[in-house]
Design a protein around this ligand. Sequence first.
Ligand code: UD1
Length: 294
Amino acid sequence: MKYLVTGGAGFIGSFVTAKLIENGHSVTIIDDFSSSTKETVHPKATLVEGSILDPAALKKAIQGIDGVFHLAAEVSVPASMKNPQKTLQVNALGTLRILEAMKSQKVDKIVYSSTSAVYGDRGQTPNTEDLTPRPLSPYAYSKLQGEYFIKTYTHLHGIKSVIFRYFNVFGPGQKPDSPYAAVIPIFLDRIRQQKPLTIFGDGTQTRDFIFVNDVAQANLLAMQSDFSGEVINIGTGHAISLLELTKLLNPTQIIHEPAREGDILHSSANIEKAKTLLSFTPKTTLQEGLKEML
Ligand code: UD1
């Protein structure tokens, strides 16, 4: 089959691309390299360089495609606090543009990467997909808007869809070198440089960390599935606090700074739906995944 991976040079997109190619599929990538470089473009993938907001680039990328894995996004919560309009444009309007391109080129199916951030703060109870979303940041809102556009196009135009709500994805290739980078690559980089780790808040906030290869596997399972319009959590079902995370890493020093605006306190996944509908179970533990990043 021939698939389009939006953001295919990015952290998760490059793993999805590699797994598709390993499985004998052909892949086109559309990427504007806003948070990645050409080095992470798979050598066997076809590249369309451009933004998902550019209809001409999208049209070129989507021709002859059997299905779309939509991962191109602004992924940072703090970046969305600083520039909400950009986040909304890329994540919400960008998703709409992809759906429009799919409709006009008669592309049948989309697997969409949304986020557990749409749940907001629910305490330590694992989030189930039927909870009413309570986005706490423009980032969470923009991803939720993307979900709603997809559901609308599934309903109106019969585009088949699977909507994933990822918890905290980590793994090799995740960049530490931006103020908007994710916590694990930042911490590992600081440890390498023998610098102290900074925890925003008291460190009791919890996250459910899922290894990137497991997320890529879930994407392939979703594309092969025959249901549509479902929202599915992708996490491990186990959350740990940031203080517990730092214990696994043995830092020389920990510094506390005020909690980040828009930050969620507790985030943990109920993954029964992924198990039932996709026969998905994560294979890599946090400890195993961290070793692959060292
Ligand atoms: C992350 C993802 C987001 C995804 C969401 C799913 C990134 C950049 N963000 O958001 O795309 O949709 O999970 O729930 O991948 N922290 C520190 N010190 C640091 C860096 C972060 O204490 O140096 C804290 C943050 O304040 C936060 C936690 O670590 O409490 C996780 O932060 P981060 O890795 O940025 O991820 P999320 O905001 O959870």
